[in-house]
Design a protein around this ligand. Structure first.
Ligand SMILES: [Zn+2]
Length: 446
């Protein structure tokens, strides 16, 4: 048996294609060739801040063992299927990538994966790396943008780091673009029945179903959770009134904060992701659309942090921060759009320490209790009511109560990035990879 690692990216198109959907076709072909899967298919989210990302910036990795002599057949079948898939959903903006690594230790790719998750990797750099490590990049994918995700995702092992699962179910091509026939009431019931082993599937606060994408996307539903068996049960709880084409359970770095690497302000270069502990250096500036900008600083530098309105929670909290507050902010650096330099686009806010703020008021008269008035510069205070004077009296400091508290704040589920860890996942982080799935129970194809 030989080990084959397949990286796939950028099979999306505005006309209905989707990388994960093509990957489902690839899984079917590999099973037909006698492949044994060494892991669940991996759904790998990469840096959400890069400018040429595809929808969601997701790549897929398949790790299989194949009988001797079947590797070449597999490569040929997948390249042909990819060409057919793109032929059916062709679009000039799509720049697909697919790469193959045979009997290669995927740990060699780990540094590139970390870089693609938290920084900028150019197609050129990715390609040079592939050559060095002996990765097969078929001719049709050379120079393609999708090569970056396909190659760097090979280094996502998710073996000593947190991960989650997502079950994706696909529609029949003839229904792409028509309204999705999924009963919203059944989504609510599924959510209630499967929590806390599922998350971000239904937003109670906004009464909004989150599992159905919009438009031409071939995905009917995507159910996110902690346990593959619960996800399979969750699919069965949904009332779906249209035929399914396929469903597949992915293991993923989604919802883990994997991209929030600790950094200092000086390291916040455009397109980098990260997490910085800073002090608020300015009063909040509130922009017309409700976005909030805060100047923040650490020992190494100062940067503008932006809390955008669609996240709902974040600007509401940020507008109550004052200079001196200690916070940790996590997100992505946007390139300079004004003379003020780059902006840090905040996805998560932690209030570490609120500074004490005071209001200064004139002291009370110790004789009659009335508020005294100034007796003139440097002359202390006098009481207008009873005539008492105190040349040494000083203003009184009244603490102002802050109506925010320490803790972690994230965007509303509808505006949360794929990689951002929701609050309900805290304490559920996994540290060991699952045992390899023995059967194909995580996959179904019509
Ligand atoms: Zn008095």
């Amino acid at each position: 048996m030989r080990r084959l690692h397949v990286g796939i990216d950028d099979h999306d198109s505005p006309e209905g294609g989707c990388t994960t959907h093509f990957a489902a076709i690839a899984v079917k072909l590999l099973f037909e060739l006698g492949a044994v899967f060494e892991d669940y298919p991996l759904l790998v989210r990469l840096n959400p801040g890069i400018p040429w990302k595809t929808r969601g910036n997701a790549a897929v990795v398949l790790r299989v063992r194949l009988p001797e002599g079947r590797v070449e057949d597999a490569v040929e079948a997948l390249v042909q299927a990819s060409a057919e898939y793109r032929g059916a959903t062709r679009h000039p903006t799509s720049s697909p990538g697919m790469v193959f690594a045979v009997d290669v230790d995927p740990h060699a790719f780990q540094p590139m994966y970390k870089m693609a998750l938290t920084d900028l990797v150019t197609p050129d750099l990715a390609y040079r790396y592939a050559e060095k490590l002996g990765v097969l990049v078929p001719r049709e994918y050379r120079g393609a943008r999708g090569i970056v995700g396909a190659l760097t995702a090979l280094g996502a092992l998710l073996e000593d780091e947190d991960y989650t699962y997502e079950l994706l179910a696909y529609r029949s091509p003839e229904r792409w673009g028509s309204p999705r026939l999924v009963d919203p009431g059944s989504v609510k019931r599924m959510d209630a029945e499967t929590r806390p082993f599922t998350f971000n599937n239904y937003d109670e606060d906004e009464d909004r179903v989150l599992i159905t994408p919009r438009g031409l996307d071939p995905i009917l539903v995507g159910i996110r959770g902690e346990d593959p068996r619960v996800l399979r049960r969750a699919l069965g709880l949904l009332e779906i009134d249209e035929p399914l084409d396929a469903w597949i359970i992915y293991r993923s770095n989604q919802a883990t904060d994997a991209h929030h690497v600790p950094r200092q302000v000086a390291e916040l270069k455009p397109y980098r992701t990260g997490s910085v502990e800073v002090t608020v250096a300015s009063s909040p500036r509130i922009l017309p659309k409700g976005h909030v900008i805060l100047r923040v600083t650490d020992d190494t530098g100062t940067i503008d942090a932006a809390f955008y309105e669609p996240t709902r929670t974040l600007p509401r909290v940020a507008r109550k921060l004052v200079p001196g507050d200690r916070i940790r902010i996590s997100g992505v650096v946007k390139p300079a759009s004004s003379a003020r330099g780059v902006t840090f686009n905040v996805e998560k806010l932690e209030i570490i320490e609120l500074s004490e703020t005071y209001r200064l008021v004139n002291p009370r008269c110790p004789r009659c209790g009335a508020r005294m008035t100034s007796a003139g510069k440097g002359k202390g205070f006098k009481c207008r009511k009873c005539g008492y004077r105190d040349p040494h009296a000083r203003k009184e400091r009244i603490p102002i109560s802050r109506d925010i508290s320490r803790g972690i704040y994230v965007a509303a589920p509808s505006a949360m990035g794929h990689l951002t860890k929701p609050l309900e996942r805290y304490g559920k982080e996994k540290t060991d990879p699952p045992t390899p799935p023995q059967h194909s129970w995580w996959f179904w194809y019509r």
